[in-house]
Design a protein around this ligand. Structure first.
Ligand code: AMP
Length: 279
């Protein structure tokens, strides 16, 4: 496995692979890897000759400085995990490499980046779009892999790739969960054992919401019940639970195969998200 922290040598290395007509899969991450990330690596390794994993905690996508400061960083463990999952290249740049000049570039995706995560994390998706554009330009992947866990992010990146004519294929990989149902997340590393147990309430709320909706309850009634269920646990706070159309993320009342439930909230200081497709 080759490790690069600078763009120029990584580009030169990947050019030699492209000259041999080898395909390149890119898996962008912020490190502190878990089995969810490794699934993306495995799928990429199955579908491409070379898999590049980027590890970069991108400051421009954090709207909360304390969240950025406390984001877990476990580079040595990440390396071991990537090696065993079939990754070929790690790209782990410093901020000075990714932001050589201070950036005032902002992305506006209209409705798509103002709702759900965008409402609670203003500027987040602009920062995501900026760093993903940079990664696409540096790696020029054949395919890039993202998790369904960040469903709205996938929608934003799909729009980004479409509008900026990035010549690549995007792929979305299902959510990997703990046995408890808790969606795997780097932020789970900040939870105590009892908080991890408390955090399962978000997935349980999604399951209950789906069941209630399918039995004919309105989304408004389901939202009230979910809030009560979550906030019955001390330290848990629900930010939103929404039923949205998978195509455009507009709120929907239609409990169909084209709908998705999305949830976000806090356990203690740690903000978590999860989602569940109705179909
Ligand atoms: P992150 O390091 O949190 O930025 O995530 C990097 C990529 O891994 C994103 O595309 C995420 O959607 C994906 N990912 C994170 N958690 C999971 C999970 N539990 N299952 C599948 N993919 C995930």
């Amino acid at each position: 496995m080759d490790i690069f922290s600078e763009i120029k040598p990584l580009r030169a290395f990947l050019d030699t692979k492209r000259d041999l007509h080898l395909s390149i899969g890119l898996v962008p991450t912020m490190g502190a890897l878990h089995r969810g990330h490794l699934d993306l690596i495995r799928v990429s390794a199955q579908e491409n000759d070379i898999t590049v994993c980027s590890i970069y905690v991108n400051p421009t996508q954090f709207n909360n400085p304390s969240d950025l400061a406390k984001y877990p960083r476990t580079f040595e463990e990440d390396k071991e995990m990537l090696l065993s999952a079939g990754c070929n290249v790690i790209f782990a740049p410093l901020n000075t490499e990714m932001y050589k000049v201070p950036s005032n570039l902002r992305f506006d995706f209209g409705y798509l980046d103002k709702i759900l995560e965008g409402e609670f994390r203003p500027g987040h998706f602009s920062g995501v779009a900026l760093v993903v554009s940079k990664l696409f330009n540096i790696v020029k992947p054949t395919k890039a892999y993202f998790g369904q866990k960040d469903f709205q992010q996938y929608k934003v990146i799909s729009k980004l790739a479409e509008e900026l004519l990035f010549d690549l294929i995007l792929s979305s990989v299902p959510i990997v969960r703990e046995e408890s149902g808790l969606a795997m997340s780097s932020r789970n590393k900040r939870l105590s054992e009892s908080e991890k147990q408390d955090a399962t309430v978000f997935y349980q709320s999604l399951l209950l919401a789906k069941q209630l909706l399918l039995s004919g309850e309105s989304i408004e009634a389901v939202k009230i019940k979910s809030k009560q269920k979550c906030e019955a646990i001390p330290g848990v706070r629900l930010e939103y639970l929404e039923l949205a159309d998978t195509e455009n993320l507009k709120p929907t009342q239609l409990v169909s195969g084209n709908a998705i439930l999305l949830i976000a909230g806090y356990v203690g200081e740690v903000r978590l998200i999860d989602n569940l497709l109705i179909g």
